[in-house]
Design a protein around this ligand. Structure first.
Ligand code: FMN
Length: 381
């Protein structure tokens, strides 16, 4: 089986599971505690059904949109994910180039294995850098300057990760970062010699954006890194300062309430990413799609609303847009294709999702994304 035989999220997930050592597959697939929130993220889309229009003129279809100041070919993009190179040696380069080839936005994580500068040089397509605020506040100022110099279009500040969630699968698999041979993981690595060979024969693993500041300290685990380095004293004023210093489109990622979305608008954010980090942080918290109608009701005309979490199908993107989102983003939806087949895998996943959005728009009788309104969905009991 290869990526050409994958037609949907489940197929890519299945292939990724075959290609990756178990600790890495579970690092992507897993979530916090009972994984209720992660499951709810996808299930929440089932609480609403689409209502198509009949006999609408569909001779011209346009699924392009603008987001964070750039035109995107579709209302779906790649969310930031840490340490992408662990899952395939082509890593962030592959995802960024696949997103560019699809004409959509790529987001680079603070904890990426490729630097801001190297991604900046790759192409002139839309790019966003995701910030985690470290105790070393100089690092945030440095990120902003580096993103300006590298021509990034937008920044997003992730606000849901002051500590890492309790991801019990990682404890069970004995995940360590970067991967090292331990007694527990030995068998899993031995069973995936192709991954192990590529990992060992390509560029050495490093957190490319913070390497210098960390003085090449050994990274023991994401958990220790977050506990040691992330600043828990961050408040709205800090976000406001970053917005002013940056001066270009800015999103706050990890918002789940109307009150916080309002504050984001008040301090001048251009967008909120309704997100619970793919269910990886606070288990039991709400799904972004569930909170979307309330947030959109109050704020859709003041800032752009992005829904992130559990998106696996084009029809789910249409539901989110109908209820007021400007776009959706995916994490696992491109990480599994990456693990399954590198850049080719991500390109295939993005083109399948684009085809679903286009086909479903036609089936919905909607020629433009603005035709998707709350009248186009019904809530199920
Ligand atoms: C393996 C993995 C690593 C992630 N790393 C980051 C990160 O570094 N920064 C961040 O803001 N979000 C991170 N996220 C969350 C994603 O940006 C996104 O919110 C989430 O994956 C969306 O849910 P989905 O995977 O169901 O699409 C990560 C998600 C995954 C699966």
């Amino acid at each position: 089986m290869n990526v050409q035989h994958c037609y949907n999220f489940k197929d890519f997930r299945h292939l990724a599971q075959r290609r990756l050592p178990a600790p890495l597959f579970h690092y992507i697939d897993g979530a916090a505690e009972d994984e209720w929130t992660a499951a709810r993220n996808t299930r929440s889309f089932d609480s609403v059904a689409l209502l198509p229009n009949a006999l609408a003129d569909l001779s011209e279809l346009d699924i392009s949109t603008t987001l964070l100041g750039r035109k995107l070919s579709m209302p779906l993009f790649c969310a930031p994910t840490a340490m992408t190179r662990l899952f395939h040696h082509e890593g962030e380069y592959a995802v960024a180039q696949a997103a560019a080839n699809a004409g959509t936005l790529y987001s680079l994580s603070t904890l990426s294995t490729v630097s801001i500068e190297d991604i900046g040089k790759l192409n002139d397509q839309p790019k966003m850098f995701q910030i985690y605020i470290h105790k070393d506040r100089g690092l945030t100022r440095e990120f902003i300057e580096r993103c300006k110099a590298a021509n990034f279009d937008a920044l997003c500040l992730t606000v849901d990760t002051l500590v890492t969630g309790n991801r019990e699968r990682d404890l069970q698999t004995g995940l360590v970062m970067p991967p090292r041979l331990s007694l527990k993981s030995l068998l899993s690595f031995a069973l995936h010699p192709h991954w192990a060979w590529n990992y060992l024969t390509h560029e050495k693993f490093a957190l490319a954006n913070v390497r210098e500041r960390m003085h090449n300290q050994n990274l023991l685990s994401v958990m220790t890194y977050v506990h040691q380095q992330f600043d828990r004293s961050v408040v709205w004023k800090d976000a406001e300062d970053i917005i002013q210093h940056w001066g270009k489109p800015f999103a706050i990622k990890g918002i789940l309430s109307v009150a916080d979305a309002k504050r984001a608008a008040e301090i001048g954010a251009s967008a909120v990413m309704l997100s619970n980090h793919g269910g990886r942080q606070l288990d039991g918290c709400a799904a972004p799609f569930d909170v979307l109608p309330a947030v959109a009701d109050v704020l859709a005309d003041r800032l752009e609303i992005i829904v992130d979490g559990g998106v696996q199908r084009g029809s789910q993107v249409l539901k989110a847009l109908a209820l007021g989102a400007k776009a959706c983003s995916i994490g696992r939806g491109y990480l599994f294709p990456l693990a399954a087949g590198g850049q080719v895998g991500v390109e295939r996943a993005l083109s399948l999702l684009r085809a679903e959005i286009e086909r479903d728009m036609i089936l919905m009788g909607c020629a433009r994304l603005t035709d998707l309104t709350p009248e186009q969905v019904m809530r199920l009991a």
